[in-house]
Design a protein around this ligand. Structure first.
Ligand SMILES: Cc1cc2nc3c(=O)[nH]c(=O)nc-3n(C[C@H](O)[C@H](O)[C@H](O)COP(=O)(O)OP(=O)(O)OC[C@H]3O[C@@H](n4cnc5c(N)ncnc54)[C@H](O)[C@@H]3O)c2cc1C
Length: 407
């Protein structure tokens, strides 16, 4: 007998959604997460000493088009806590100055290029090829390439155009863009603490393989222990998935051999409101700065503090250099930092042929008991993760029930 019917590896939103769906389908499920908290890239940094002021160090906004995520939130009674974000503008950071986004726009070129939106197909094109055509080359170079880079925290020019901004239906009964009272991390935390949800933290998986007769799949942890299960869902970044699949489904591992990962060093800084002169902003899109982008906490203003998360390319600058670069961009003094946090984020680096790789992966997985989900299938947004988790759940366990199941 296997230890569990289903083991989910990885406790970001993809793994949490997978485990949520199987829990609600009545399947005995265990989630194994390497770190000490749920949420992965959804990470609201809290500062207890500052009245529990928080800043988003990763994902910061959910939308009313996130239908599958909203479905899960509804099941655990979380929709009532969605919190409106105040509208603030993003600014460009270029040549050592902040400026309005419109200042970089070539209006005439935009007007002449825009009809391409109805003609040019996204499929098979990179972001640079597609958006260069429908927005104009000058606009793309001056504004949209840096803006897309700031969305995916890495150069987005070679991303498949299909993986950026998929149109999804909106729910009119939900706030258009929302956060949660203590940050988006309220969502993973509520999923992981619902009754019956079985999760183990500090559980890094390093190998999966066929188990003994009748025991299904063997899952080995870094600490030397192992578990067995009938079905496994991998909800980890592509490089980790490749390693874990290499023995269990070598064809699947081969299919995703070239999928890269961007490493991102995120620096969260908090200041006394009274010490900062910079106007309230949604964040910064960096054109030529040392950082890729910055997101502020100004969308939910606090009387006393202001906070920012600056995202830097991984491993390139020292902590001091990062602090200096960040403070320069918001006219702040390093001496005025009242709290800070360092967070490491990882996002997939997708390329033009990505959709073919996913097709090959899906064919290799088709008749087996292993599912793979994450932010590297439909796109990187939180909803893309949940949507993939749902379809993989349905492949292994059948359709997701629409009404909440009593606990
Ligand atoms: C800075 C930033 C801003 C973003 N902003 C937004 C936004 O505003 N809106 C939006 O929709 N999306 C946003 N995103 C994207 C979105 O947050 C992510 O794509 C999504 O949260 C990824 O979820 P995931 O579960 O697929 O992967 P991850 O969050 O990366 O989770 C993977 C988990 O697997 C665990 N793990 C890894 N290896 C192992 C192992 N061997 N054993 C066990 N566990 C393991 C990791 O510890 C991690 O918890 C943002 C992302 C970043 C980085």
């Amino acid at each position: 007998m296997a230890d569990h019917a289903h083991i989910v590896i990885g406790g970001g939103i993809s793994g949490l959604a997978s485990a949520h769906y199987s829990l609600h389908a009545g399947v005995d499920t265990l989630l194994l997460e390497a770190s000490e908290r749920p949420g992965g890239c959804i990470h609201s940094s809290h500062f207890e000493a500052l009245n529990d002021f928080w800043v988003e160090a990763g994902g910061h906004t959910c939308f009313n088009s996130y239908g599958n995520l909203l479905g899960i939130m509804e099941q655990i009674d979380l929709l009532k806590l969605t919190t409106a974000k105040e509208k603030k503008s993003y600014k460009l950071w270029s040549k050592g100055k902040r400026s309005g986004i419109l200042s970089a726009l070539h209006i005439f070129e935009l007007i002449t290029a825009l009809p391409g939106l109805f003609r040019v197909k996204k499929a098979g094109k990179t972001v640079a090829e597609y958006y260069g055509k429908v927005l104009g080359q000058k606009n793309y170079q001056a504004l949209f390439s840096p803006a897309f880079r700031s969305v995916v925290c890495q150069d987005a020019d070679d991303f498949p155009a299909e993986a950026l901004f998929r149109k999804k239906p909106r729910r009119k009964d939900v706030l258009r863009a929302f956060t949660m009272p203590s940050g988006l991390a309220d969502i993973p935390s509520a999923i992981a603490t619902q009754p019956g949800f079985n999760v183990r933290y500090g559980a890094q998986v390093h190998r999966i393989s066929a188990a003994n007769q009748g025991e299904g799949i063997r899952v080995e942890l870094q600490d030397g222990t192992h578990l067995s299960c009938e079905r496994v869902t991998l909800a980890v970044p592509p490089d980790v998935a490749r390693t874990l699949l290499s023995e269990a489904v070598p064809e699947a591992a081969k299919a995703i051999a070239g999928v890269g990962v961007a490493e991102i060093d995120t620096l969260v800084l908090v200041f006394e409101r009274s010490k900062l002169k910079v106007e309230e902003i949604a964040g910064l899109i960096s054109v030529d700065g040392a950082f890729l982008s910055a997101v502020s906490r100004d969308f939910l203003p606090d009387d006393r503090y202001r906070g920012f998360a600056f995202h830097f390319p991984g491993g390139q600058l020292s902590e001091t250099e990062r602090e200096q670069a960040a403070c320069r961009a918001i006219d702040a003094s390093v001496d005025d930092i009242v709290a800070k946090a360092q967070v490491h984020n990882r996002l997939p680096a997708l390329r033009r042929d990505h959709m073919e790789r996913i097709q090959a992966l899906d064919s290799a997985l088709a008749s087996g008991q292993i599912a793979v989900t994450g932010n590297w299938f439909l796109g990187v947004s939180i909803e893309d993760c949940v949507t993939r988790s749902r379809s993989e759940h349905e492949r292994l366990f059948g359709a997701v029930p629409t009404a909440p199941v009593a606990q």
